[in-house]
Design a protein around this ligand. Structure first.
Ligand code: GLU
Length: 400
């Protein structure tokens, strides 16, 4: 009889991917589902990047590469950190993996021993704690509140740290809340970490360029240079360059950590796709002007969705400062019934019933560690968003 491994038994499937897969299946069956579960830009990968990939194929760059990335891409990543973040890394301090997810997974596999704890401020991207479990560690949830903008406070961080803490995972702009940490926020967290030299920081900067209201992005080490030797600064081309399917994530950090991650990668995936690496090289070294233009488009969509959802009865949304998600709280709707008599017991039932009655696919907040909430991605057209928000309003109004 088939048996999952002990490690896998502890892990839940990815809720974001499960809902997106369900949306695809319902659409194939002919249902008019509006999919707001996938966290990926609807924009196309720019032409110059596609051409670079085609060129790489034609030039025969189709073989294995160095395990954690070709030298020219690592150099381009080091240059990117210098140019955009003022951070100095040598190419030997850079890891390239098949997607941001793989970067994080390689880092956790390389460092977590049984019982090691990894702090994830909640709400968190659904995969962090599950990857910690798969790596043999123990996820520790550090709660935030809507009132403090879903940002981790120094007090909550201090309370979550134990003698077993190995990592703090920071994610700004945040998936799913859209919270952005200011330099002062990061400085205050670094002051706590100064008292705990065993704790390293994994900072997931994937949404760096999707930031609103004139805010500027600050990476953790920029605000806390003394943390350079125990921080892994992770990023990728998926969101900024609309390259989710190409699977290229990267990170920079202390050489011993990068070497350990290389060891994991060498025994698992080997190198990320050679073709995708050359596409990422073009992304990082080619024109960048479309990035802020796209961020402004996302900002307009955020305003639309925020105002429509805040008008829905029982929902309240904090204003996202970045990324392309809103994360409404639906607390007043818990315990209400649908017209068909089904009780909204939690945010998962809300999302299931919303899909059932209005064909809108969202992701339940319990998958992100803080609820009752749900997440929608507004990385889709305004027409779809308006229609989806109208349906959500109608669904909320139908609950009694
Ligand atoms: N980061 C995206 C999301 O949260 C991609 C899907 C995933 O891997 O979770 O939806």
């Amino acid at each position: 009889m088939f048996q999952e491994s002990a490690a896998l038994k502890r892990v839940r499937p990815s809720a974001t991917l499960a809902m997106t897969q369900k949306t695809r299946e319902l659409k194939r069956q002919g249902r008019d589902v509006l999919g707001l579960s996938a966290g990926e830009p609807d924009f196309d990968t720019p032409e110059n990047i596609k051409e670079a990939a085609i060129r790489a194929i034609r030039e025969g760059k189709t073989k294995y590469t160095d395990v954690d990335g070709v030298p020219e891409l690592k150099q381009a990543i080091a240059d990117k950190y210098e140019r955009e973040n003022g951070l100095h890394y040598k190419p030997g301090q850079v890891n390239v993996s098949p997607g941001g997810k793989a970067v994080i997974f390689n880092a956790l596999m390389a460092t977590c021993s049984p019982g090691d704890e990894v702090i994830t401020p909640a709400p968190f991207w659904t995969s962090y704690p599950e990857m910690v479990l798969l790596a043999g560690g123990e996820p520790v949830r550090a709660p935030t509140t809507q009132e403090n903008g879903y940002r981790l406070t120094p007090e909550a961080l201090e309370a979550a740290i134990t003698a077993r803490t190995r990592w703090l995972i920071l994610n700004s702009p945040n998936n799913p809340s859209g919270a952005v940490y200011t330099p002062e926020d990061l400085r205050a967290l670094a002051d706590v970490l100064a008292r705990h030299p065993r704790v390293w920081v994994l900072t997931d900067d994937m949404y760096e360029h999707i930031i609103y209201d004139g805010m500027t992005f600050t990476s953790f080490v920029q605000a806390a240079p003394e943390m350079y030797d125990r921080t892994l600064t992770m990023n990728g081309v998926s969101k900024a360059y609309a390259m989710t399917g190409w699977r290229i994530g990267y990170a920079a950090g202390p050489e011993p950590l990068i070497a350990a991650m290389r060891k994991v990668e060498g025994q698992s995936t080997s190198n990320p796709s050679s073709i995708a690496q050359y596409a990422a090289l073009e992304a990082l070294t080619g024109p960048q002007d479309f990035i802020p233009e796209r961020a402004r488009v996302f900002e307009g969509r955020r305003d639309l969705v925020l105002s429509m959802l805040n008008q829905a009865s029982g929902l309240s949304c904090a204003k996202p400062e970045g990324a392309f998600y809103v994360y409404p709280s639906l607390a007043p709707l818990i315990g209400k019934k649908t017209p068909a008599g089904r009780v909204i017991e939690d945010d998962e039932t809300f999302v299931t019933e919303l899909l059932e009655s209005e064909d809108v696919a969202a992701v339940h907040g319990s998958a992100f560690g803080l609820g009752p909430n749900f997440r929608i991605s507004y990385a889709t057209s305004e027409d779809v968003l308006e229609e989806a928000c109208r349906r959500i309003q109608r669904f909320c109004a139908s609950l009694v």
